[in-house]
Design a protein around this ligand. Sequence first.
Ligand SMILES: [Fe+2]
Length: 187
Amino acid sequence: MSTTSLKQKLYPSRIDLSTEIRQQVVALLNASLATTLDLKTQVKQAHWNVKGMNFYSLHELFDAIAGELEGYVDMVAERVTALGGLAMGTARVAAADSILPEYPFEITAGKDHLIALADRFAAYGSHVREAIDQTGQWGDADTADLYTEISRTVDMRLWFLEAHLQDGEAGVTNGSSTAAAQQAKVK
Ligand SMILES: [Fe+2]
């Protein structure tokens, strides 16, 4: 069976959501699983490699964020299985299916890690917010609720990341202007 069809594979279930809806939701959740796993590993990459005067606080902040994402990986995967689907959560699947670009390995300074992560959190947050609407339209309020929980935390963490970059000056535009953010949105 191909990877694509495995992502929509369904086991029989007594759950009162149609097969068609479950297939759509499972495919979307598997895309989110890949992206969440990818983002978690990218945040760990920052946790390990950040340097500079704010090393310790950023090292700790990034670890806390990675821990939250690890929890969401599990919640998303287990929503897939609750709907009768096959959770596709290996590193290879995550690398192939994530909507995010690869992390920039050459950066070291705290500010550069904050920008790289803020760009990725913006793209991930956009994906999650679209998923809230989509699953709501499909009539799966429980999955929409799961996405809503993730979205709230992602918005908060984007604030944490961006607050380091704002220096008290207002006027930040809606969305990042960096090339990585644009790339993340269109990939
Ligand atoms: Fe650590």
